[in-house]
Ligand binder design. Structure first.
Ligand code: 2AM
Ligand code: CA
Length: 254
């Protein structure tokens, strides 16, 4: 893929994250989007900033953005934006949130940039070329036994999804080293790609949560499947992710 796509995704992610960080810890207008689902004025401002950067380079870009941005049907190339992943953390002052921008070609994420402004962590990848944290190559962990593994999960919004998550957690929590809920799927998947955690699942993902992360995890040597054990596609809600050797932990789920 042309390097200008990844560079634009990086610049858009950094710009949007700057907008979010400027407003962090300040009084915010928070609106309810759905059950346990909120949006702040910062999500909207950050999305506008990201779109501005992308359109300044690619005026006709097709863009899917969490905050109400729908691309034309059947776009060959798609920019997928989550302007703040981890909005609940953000709105409560917990510094675990990021901007996620994926570039999808055909149906496949081909490049991705995820930027955490609280820690200046920039996770990036380009299909076939590798994955990086702040420009240094990253790789998933080589943990092979469940008792050494750190598992992360996300709490979805709906009670039925939480029941399914609890069923999986119930099987794994007694076996693994420890459990985390980071509150941002894009960051958790980036941490998996970097080898800081070993397993992750989220059973209620939206496309913008995972498009950039998919290419970052896969380029770092990780594996993401759906509950049927097939290669996960970023438009599917249930993602089971691992460093590869530990993927057996998800066997026979559902
Ligand atoms: P968000 O912060 O962008 O909403 C933990 O809740 C993680 O799962 C976050 O990455 C959150 O994304 C995502 N998530 C959970 N439920 C979601 C939903 N219904 N729609 C979008 N993202 C969701
Ligand atoms: Ca979001």
């Amino acid at each position: 893929m042309d390097v200008s796509y990844l560079n634009t995704a990086i610049e858009a992610a950094r710009t949007a994250a700057g907008v979010a960080l400027e407003r962090f810890h300040k009084p915010l207008v928070v609106s309810q989007k759905g059950f346990r689902d909120i949006v702040t004025e910062a999500d909207l401002a950050a999305q506008t900033a990201a779109v501005g950067v992308i359109r300044s380079r690619f005026p006709h870009a097709a863009i899917l953005g969490e905050e109400g941005l729908t691309p034309p049907a059947r776009a060959e190339q798609l920019w997928v934006i989550d302007p703040i992943d981890g909005t609940t953390n953000y709105a409560r002052g917990l510094p675990f949130f990021c901007v996620s921008i994926g570039v999808v070609q055909g149906a496949q994420p081909a490049a991705g940039a995820i930027y955490d402004p609280s820690r200046d962590h920039l996770f990036t990848a380009a299909r076939g070329q590798g994955a990086w944290l702040n420009g240094m190559p990253i790789h998933v962990s080589d943990v092979r036994v469940l008792s050494d593994a750190i598992l992360a999960l996300d709490w979805s919004h709906l009670p039925a999804d939480r029941q399914r998550s609890l069923a999986l957690l119930n099987r794994l929590a007694t076996e693994c080293r420890s459990v985390r809920a980071i509150g941002s799927a894009a960051l958790a998947l980036s941490y998996l790609a970097t080898g800081w955690i070993d397993l992750f699942f989220n059973l209620a993902l939206r496309p913008w949560d995972g498009a950039a992360a998919q290419v970052i995890v896969e380029e770092a040597g990780g594996r993401i499947t759906n509950p049927r054990g097939e290669v996960w596609d970023y438009t599917q809600p249930s993602a089971l992710a691992s460093n590869g050797p530990l993927h057996f932990a998800f066997d026979a789920f559902e």
